[in-house]
Design a protein around this ligand. Structure first.
Ligand SMILES: [Fe+2]
Length: 381
């Protein structure tokens, strides 16, 4: 077996504001398969081509965001070893008993320095993809429901302590870095893409002014044509789109970003290159971020850079009155209110000022960030 250790993203548990409304969205519009409900009221989904019981769990809450992002490992022995390795690295862990989540074995839970709850587990029921394991057809009826992603692919998480998260994933869990966005100093990482497989990323992190934030959970779509079909379905179902359809320079993936009924950003993603651990990482200096983000338009998108959903356990963040136009300017129609998003208010205000400036340049943002001491590395310059 060539892929060992951590195999892939296993599940995301996402908080939603109106459970039934988002169940309908994820099942009928995104096109996931509803797999069951538990005694806590959580609802379980999987993408049609996934074989394990679930990859998305929705939980009703009073604010949107991410509770858990979990990875499946290859065996119970690996789970035990990685827990010991985490402890030896100084990371506290706790065990969550088998069965706490439907059809899922014991989980090892820990909190990253950037505030996100990460879990590892080895066992989840194989329920198949609706096709037999002998002489299967290429797809089944569920592959034509909604946008019909084939898998939950990755997540982008935001926090202050990106370096600590990077070190745990790379030094303990065996991930390797495929791409990075670096600041003007050429070394401070603003965002990183990490892989445990030969996908170009299984998780990514971006520096943000507050820990524990969710930028997006991504779902893999088989082809660019299906991404365009997903765009049609978003419009037909009045799903608020953030950016796209377009193609990233970073990862070369074709993409659309949009919001679920609670304001959690999700991505429908396709393509990108196959990665291997011996490949040299790709570096994007900060002033090339426009093409890294949106290659055709070479454009930064204010909402994409500033809108996150909440940490799972955090004090009410400061929201400057000036941040409200970001949520009410039409970028996020429907019933969104500022309280449903964490607008990184000081950052958002400054960024919006610069984006509106015809001489906008990321170097100016860097100088402002340095001045605000939001990134320790800048302070050390
Ligand atoms: Fe993504």
């Amino acid at each position: 077996m060539a892929i060992t250790g951590v195999l892939r993203p296993g599940h995301a548990q996402v908080r939603v504001l109106n459970l039934e409304e988002d169940v309908k969205f994820y099942r009928d519009v995104l096109g996931l398969v509803e797999m069951g409900r538990d005694g806590q009221g959580r609802v379980y989904f999987k993408a049609w081509d996934e074989r394990d019981h679930h990859s998305l769990v929705l939980r009703q809450a009073d604010r949107a965001g991410l509770d858990i992002f979990a990875f499946k490992v290859d065996s119970v022995a690996t789970l035990n070893k990685l827990e010991k390795d985490l402890n030896a690295y100084g990371v506290a862990t706790r065990r969550i008993p088998a069965g706490e989540m439907l059809h899922t074995g014991e989980r090892v839970s820990f909190v990253l320095p950037c505030g996100h709850n990460i879990e590892l587990y080895a066992e989840k029921k194989d329920v198949g993809n609706g096709l037999p394991y002998s002489n299967p057809d290429p797809w089944c009826k569920a592959a034509d429901t909604g946008m019909a992603p084939t898998r939950m692919d990755h997540a982008l998480l935001g926090g202050v302590e990106l370096d600590g998260a990077r070190d745990i994933f790379m030094n303990v869990l065996g991930f390797y870095m495929t791409e990075e966005v670096v600041a003007e100093d050429g070394k401070t990482q603003i965002a990183i893409w990490l892989s445990c497989s030969n996908k170009n990323h299984d998780i990514a992190f971006v520096r943000a002014p507050e820990n524990g934030m969710l930028h997006h959970v991504s779902y893999f779509i088989e082809t660019w044509e299906r991404v365009l079909r997903a765009a049609d379905l978003m419009s037909m179902n009045k799903v608020p789109v953030d950016i796209g359809p377009t193609r990233h320079g970073i990862t070369r993936g074709a993409t659309i970003y949009a919001f679920d009924r609670s304001g959690n950003r999700f991505e429908t993603f396709s393509g990108g290159y196959i990665a291997y651990p011996d490949m040299h990482k790709l570096t994007w200096p900060l002033d090339t971020l426009p093409e890294g983000l949106d290659f055709p338009q070479r454009k930064l998108h204010e909402s994409f850079l500033t809108v996150f959903t909440w940490p799972s356990r955090a004090p009410e963040p400061f929201q400057a009155p000036g941040s409200l136009p970001l949520g009410t300017s039409g970028a996020f129609p429907r019933r969104r209110t500022s309280s449903r998003f964490l607008f990184c208010a000081p950052f958002a205000l400054e960024l919006s000022r610069h984006v509106a400036d015809p001489e906008f340049h990321w170097r100016r943002i860097c100088r402002w960030l340095r001045g605000q001491n939001l990134r320790n590395a800048f302070a050390a310059q």
